[in-house]
Design a protein around this ligand. Structure first.
Ligand code: SF4
Length: 790
């Protein structure tokens, strides 16, 4: 059955949408007190104690309860009847039996690789973990990936390459307000995560500078001291041009480069080949602005680069992010407090969703599926032989492209690729060609409408689970309501399917039980959650990973008969979270050291000289583990708000420069398709719009797509404000009203991507993939414009 009925008292929880995971309190509405404004049996009240949003919420968060009581939410399973061809109500027994049969039949006929699983970056950590395990040990298929591949995978790959570890922000978001200069590349956070804007406001109030890189003058760019508007697809060249100027002006931090990095000569040579005049021509950014940016960035004592989807959703996204990381490394702006590179992840659990096994190439704890030791560890937790685990599968777009051909049956959870995938008409035809499709969702999304079986699953406020926000802070989203009678949780669904598919070792449906297993599976991995418990998260309002369970805890558990392998300290973590936690809880703090307060504006870092966690077990050169020395920090590991302060997570502890060079977008304008298209989000909608399009207030604020274009382009086309314009690429056309504005480059048009139908922007976008991250090129393709029929 679903989660037990929760206490009707107000419940502290988090927003269902973006990666900020704003804290909020849900208060039950008394019987009869419900209304259109306070639907769903709960109302949202602000929760100022949660440090990330400090009570602030955007309209999406405020109205989130509306989806709970929406008349269009699913409350009973649907099965497509062969006679009518329509989706019709069914029992849970029948629906789950049909899914088990559909998946098994494809496996029997075509082999296990013909069965696929597609997840989502909004699923809780427990669901992401269970989905990965379900695919690999119950279905035995390598074909699992998720829509997070479309979100931040390029930044993740660049992070791994440069630092040996990917955590979107290696520091708390609050550091943004306290640095000296922020370069925000391809993020419109004033619309995508408005409560985060206050950090930029505080930065400026404290005298800091803001540089925004975006081809459009967005609400975020309006706040900037300097707005650079490069041609879409040229952010890599822009970063190289800035690095060239850094070298030319003698701004390289030679001591840092020498002491903490490798690969500088090659990266330097690549940057020096990109003359500022050449970069000015490629990007369209005036040379004086390039110089101004370098001055602002380097004059500040501390500075940061934060990227988002703009530079990442490109067929060279990994190298583009790598170029911005190079800029940070060359100027010594990494691995020290209040400076560094970070990625503003988009989806609610974009960070945690990529750590626990629903990604095609990864196992829980952010382990590599190709690493024999990682396979052995996770296989032991799952009770299977390492050889039983399949290898890496296809990336998200490649998986969707294989549907109906190599992949014949698909189970899909928490995603609506018919709207969110590139080349969406093609993806739609692939989905239609499947032998069998099952979708679990809260509403009948455009993708669910194509399914053979649709499962109505619980929503955010109806089930408990953990999420990991953009900072790597693991938080607890608590149930505040009982789901409607016909609704079940995703975990319950996976458990029921596992039983039907012959998995006899137990597949827990209880979220905390799944999390306990996830802790063991992640122990010792890069994203180590083994020291995090539901109780700790509740007490501390979030815990930053890595947070290994300490050896003494393990020993205590072992003595109590609950042993598991202890986790070694990683060395690149900094455990200053102890003092932050101590301030919040009023406890003594684990080893705060005021003498090192210069190094940590939130308190001291209590670790050893090289950042190693002295509480962890030490590696034995002969391969085993030897007992830890007495810990200076008794008690649980405090979590890790800041990474890399003393060493990076690479084998030699050094950050790695990437020797990258500019290359054009996969599709450049030509005579037939002379204009550039870029896509993005708007304030009142979220991702594919499956939920937010069902909220009246949000729909009124943003009722449909549009084409933003410069007056010069509009004049050439003969288009007036509001007339329908067809945006046509080699893959299809999307039609939406013109919105004429000087806030966009004359060579570029913009479309938001939240809608299906004729205005579906992703019908037009290019699925050309980044060779490293397999990220599609959402942010740039060549189109032509036509006046459409009215
Ligand atoms: Fe906060 Fe994002 Fe939710 Fe808005 S959508 S309330 S910014 S978590």
């Amino acid at each position: 059955s679903p989660d037990p009925a929760p206490d009707p008292a107000p419940v502290d929880t988090h927003c269902p949408y973006c990666s900020l995971q704003c804290g909020m309190t849900l208060r039950p509405v008394p019987p009869g007190g419900g209304s259109d404004e306070k639907p769903g049996g709960v109302e949202v009240i602000e929760r100022t104690a949660f440090p990330v949003n400090r009570g602030a919420l955007c309209g999406k968060g405020r109205t989130a309860p509306a989806v709970l009581s929406s008349r269009v939410r699913l409350t009973e399973p649907l099965v497509r009847r062969p006679d009518s061809g329509r989706l019709e109500p069914a029992t849970w027994e029948e629906a789950l039996d049909r899914i088990a049969e559909g998946l098994e039949a494809a496996g029997r006929a075509y082999g296990r690789d013909a069965v696929g699983v597609f997840g989502g970056g909004g699923l809780t950590n427990e669901k992401a973990y269970a989905l990965g395990k379900f695919a690999r040990v119950v279905l035995g298929t390598p074909q699992i990936d998720y829509n997070g591949r479309f979100c931040m995978s390029s930044a993740a790959a660049a992070h791994q390459r440069a630092f040996g570890l990917d955590r979107g922000l290696p520091f708390p978001l609050a550091d943004v307000a306290r640095t000296g200069c922020v370069v925000l590349v391809g993020s419109n956070l004033a619309e995508t995560m408005p409560p985060a804007l206050r950090y930029l406001t505080e930065l400026k109030e404290a005298g800091g500078r803001l540089i925004v890189v975006d081809p459009r003058r967005t609400r975020t760019a309006e706040q900037a001291d300097l707005h650079l508007a490069p041609r879409p697809g040229t952010d890599l060249a822009l970063a190289l041009g800035l690095l060239h100027l850094v070298v030319a002006e003698g701004r390289v931090d030679e001591e840092f480069v020498e002491r903490r990095t490798s690969g500088w000569p090659e990266a330097r040579a690549a940057a020096m080949a990109h003359w500022p005049e050449l970069v000015e021509r490629i990007t369209g950014v005036p040379l004086p602005d390039l110089r101004k940016a370098v001055t602002m960035f380097c004059d500040a004592e501390n500075s940061m680069v934060l990227t988002a989807r703009g530079p990442e959703q490109q067929s060279k996204g990994t190298d583009t992010v790598g170029a911005w990381i190079n800029l940070c490394l060359a100027t010594g702006r990494a691995g020290r407090p209040l400076s560094g590179y970070g990625c503003l992840t988009g989806q609610g659990n974009g960070q945690g969703g990529r750590e626990h096994g629903q990604k095609a190439d990864q196992l829980p704890g952010y382990r590599k599926l190709t690493d024999p030791a990682a396979r052995a560890h996770v296989a032991a937790v799952w009770g299977v032989e390492p050889d039983a685990l399949p290898g890496p599968g296809r990336s998200a777009y490649e998986l969707l492209d294989a549907l109906g051909r190599d992949v014949r049956a698909l189970l899909l959870m928490g995603s609506n690729p018919l709207v969110s995938a590139p080349r969406a008409a093609h993806v739609e035809s692939r989905l239609r060609s499947l032998d069998f499709l099952a979708v679990a969702d809260v509403v009948l999304s455009e993708t669910a409408a194509l399914a053979d079986v649709v499962l109505p699953v619980a929503q955010w406020a109806e089930e408990t689970g953990t999420m990991t926000n953009l900072e790597g802070r693991v938080i607890l989203r608590r149930a505040a309501l009982t789901p409607p009678p016909g609704v079940r949780t995703d975990l319950w669904v996976l458990s029921g399917l596992a039983a039907r598919l012959g998995w006899e070792k137990g597949f827990p449906a209880d979220a905390e039980e799944v999390f306990e297993e996830l802790r063991r599976a992640s122990a010792g991995g890069p994203a180590d959650y083994s020291g995090i418990t539901y109780r700790r998260i509740a007490e501390e309002d979030g815990v930053f990973w890595p947070c290994p369970e300490r050896a003494e805890e393990t020993a205590r558990k072992s003595a109590a008969g609950t042993a598991r392998k202890g986790a070694a300290g990683t060395g690149w973590e900094s455990v200053e979270g102890a003092s932050e936690r101590a301030q919040r809880t009023g406890s003594a703090g684990a080893g705060a050291d005021p003498e090192r307060a210069w190094a940590d504006p939130e308190g001291a870092r209590p670790q050893g000289a090289h950042g190693a966690d002295p509480g962890g077990a030490e590696a034995d050169p002969e391969g085993g583990e030897r007992p830890s020395p007495p810990s200076r920090h008794p008690g649980p590991h405090p979590g890790t708000p800041r990474l890399f302060l003393d060493r990076f997570a690479t084998d030699d502890g050094r950050a790695r420069f990437a020797p990258v060079s500019h290359r054009p977008a996969a599709e450049e304008p030509d005579a037939a398709y002379p204009v550039l298209l870029t896509t993005g989000r708007v304030l009142a909608q979220y991702q594919s719009g499956a939920q937010t399009r069902r909220v009246t207030e949000l729909n009124e604020a943003a009722p449909g797509p549009y084409v933003q274009l410069h007056p010069l382009l509009a004049e050439r086309l003969g288009a007036a404000e509001g007339v329908p314009i067809a945006v046509v690429s080699r893959r299809g056309r999307a039609v939406a009203p013109a919105r004429i504005s000087r806030d966009i480059r004359p060579d570029t048009v913009f479309m938001p991507f939240h809608w299906a139908g004729p205005g579906r922007a992703n019908t037009v976008t290019n699925p050309a993939l980044d060779p490293v991250s397999r990220m599609p090129e959402f942010k740039v393709c060549a189109v032509r414009l036509e006046l459409a029929e009215g």
